[in-house]
Design a protein. Structure first.
Length: 216
């Protein structure tokens, strides 16, 4: 982060100012979502997964569950595209499944704004330049998200992530937050990423049967 320790303190202060009140104000919404998930999908209501954070240090990200279990009662695998429930699809399109990540922000594992945390298994595949996206904490929203989210290719996302690292400012964070709110308020549809493969230099990383919860 170009602003140094003072910038890191300012960013942390902004995170707390936004995330703590948001958890309180949005608690009725989160409770309603939890009840709906429990009624339609059963337990668990939350989805936890280890992701790389600042400097690649792992942490457990938490979201609302949006997918059915990967195995049917007979032991066969449910296709990835068929696992997202109707409720889960709505939560994803509206980004409401991300609300529990506010707790990750309060704990200091994430920031409100920053590159989205991907999977641990991708770490060895980054180029040194791409790996610089981990020089800041991962975020609930980020520059790549307001510039097109899943409509932006992986290479372009990484370019935007690294640009954010090099050009961070409080003003930039506020602009990204305002743009995010505007997109959500405008009801802009965002395609689900359940069938999306991760590409590095033309080599796809396919979703594997034993790891099919990674699309949450």
């Amino acid at each position: 982060m170009s602003a140094g320790p003072a910038g890191a303190w300012t960013k942390r202060a902004l995170d707390l100012v936004l995330s703590v009140p948001a958890l309180v104000v949005l608690s009725p919404v989160m409770l309603a979502i939890a009840v709906a998930i429990r009624a339609t999908m059963g337990r668990p209501v939350l989805f936890w997964q280890v992701r790389p954070g600042y400097k690649g240090t792992s942490f457990s990200i938490v979201k609302f569950r949006t997918m059915r279990d990967p195995l049917r009662p007979d032991g066969t695998i449910v296709p990835l595209n068929a696992r997202v429930t109707r409720l889960g699809s709505i939560l994803r399109r509206t980004s409401l499944d991300e609300l529990p990540e506010l707790w990750n922000v309060v704990k200091g594992e994430m920031s409100v704004v920053g590159p989205r945390p991907l999977l641990l298994e991708y770490l060895p595949r980054y180029s040194p330049e791409q790996a610089r996206r981990h020089d800041v904490k991962p975020g609930i929203t980020g520059l790549a998200q307001v510039k097109g989210r899943h409509l932006v290719g992986w290479d372009d996302r990484f370019v935007l992530d690294v640009w954010y690292v090099d050009h961070w400012s409080l003003r930039l964070d506020l602009r990204i937050i305002i743009a995010t709110v505007g997109q959500l308020a405008g009801g802009q549809a965002v395609p689900d990423s359940t069938t999306e493969n991760f590409w590095f230099g033309g080599t796809p990383v396919e979703a594997r049967p034993h790891a099919q919860r990674t699309a949450e």
